[in-house]
Design a protein around this ligand. Structure first.
Ligand code: X90
Length: 281
């Protein structure tokens, strides 16, 4: 039996650790539109160039989800596919994937395809993709339905906390309600937000200065669930120093198992913008 673990490109990794014949990994790219320029969020995209274009561009910028056909294509290559998408409350990607599933099943009714809404993005997709691989590898005879059921339970237990220097792209593209004035930014106040269980964005807290912001993130993490043994992924947009510092504080203050740092790829860079930090655990 061959497997394909499929993520949209909001998962901040190009490959899920090892791409063998039995268990493949496919990233289905979203498109990023910066003024007149269009970028495909695949391996060819240079993040620094994307951010530069975003800085220079005065016109409207937006993103677009992959087509159902792109997902159908990914689902047609193996016997079983497990697909994780960015929150259906933030993007049409999940509906595209579901339509892609229908398309693929019309052609190949024997295939097994499951689409799971991560209700988040970034590191949550990475954690889900890795767990999927581990469950398939560990089982003597992998049972598709059982594995999908376990992954849905794991999804529901994951949490997301994030802080951005700049919420412009999220707000301008209608993914988040406007914050109270630009005042916040100019006063050096940082907003700490979280994913709700429905996969929408909720402003949880505000803090001034980096140290207080990081403390507030840790407080928010501890309040969101029992973090004992949690695997934490911090996606950062050109902010390795901030991510490293936050990692150290988390390891000191919370009983987590590990903290891993990843660089934001295209889609998450577009919305998190420079210095953004997205924590999934
Ligand atoms: O369909 C599309 O065009 C994609 C739209 C994506 C919109 C939002 C992406 C936000 C990523 C901030 C972290 C947010 C975590 C929130 C979880 C609910 C960057």
């Amino acid at each position: 039996m061959t497997w394909n673990i499929v993520c949209d490109s909001s998962a901040d990794l190009p490959s899920a650790g090892g791409n063998d014949d039995a268990i493949r990994y496919t990233s289905v790219p979203l498109r990023l539109l910066v003024g007149e320029q269009e970028f495909l969020d695949d391996e060819s995209l240079t993040i620094s160039r994307l951010l530069e274009c975003m800085k220079e561009e005065k016109g409207a910028s937006s993103t677009a989800c992959p087509s159902p056909a792109a997902f159908a294509q990914a689902f047609s290559t193996t016997d079983c596919s497990i697909c994780f998408t960015i929150s259906s409350n933030l993007s049409g990607t999940c509906s595209s994937a579901m339509m892609g599933r229908d398309l693929a099943l019309e052609e190949h009714p024997e295939k097994k395809i499951c689409v799971i809404d991560s209700k988040s993005t970034a590191g949550c997709l990475v954690l889900l993709a890795r767990r999927a691989r581990a469950l398939i590898e560990q089982a003597e005879v992998p049972n598709f339905e059982e594995i999908c059921a376990q992954l849905r339970i794991y999804q529901a237990a994951l949490r997301t906390t994030f802080t951005l220097e700049n919420f412009d792209n999220l707000i301008k593209n209608g993914r988040m309600r406007p914050l109270v004035g630009n005042l916040l930014h100019s006063l050096g106040i940082h907003v700490i937000a979280e994913a709700t269980p429905q996969g929408t964005i909720h402003v949880a807290d505000k803090a001034r200065g980096e140290t207080k912001t990081f403390q507030a993130i840790i407080k928010q993490m501890a309040a969101s669930k029992d973090c004992t043994g949690a695997e934490v992924i911090i996606s950062h947009c050109q902010n390795l120093p901030g991510a490293v510092k936050l990692k150290e504080l988390i390891l000191k203050d919370l009983p987590v198992k590990s903290v891993e740092l990843l660089s934001c790829r295209g889609l998450t860079s577009f919305y998190a913008m420079e210095k953004g930090l997205i924590l999934c655990y």
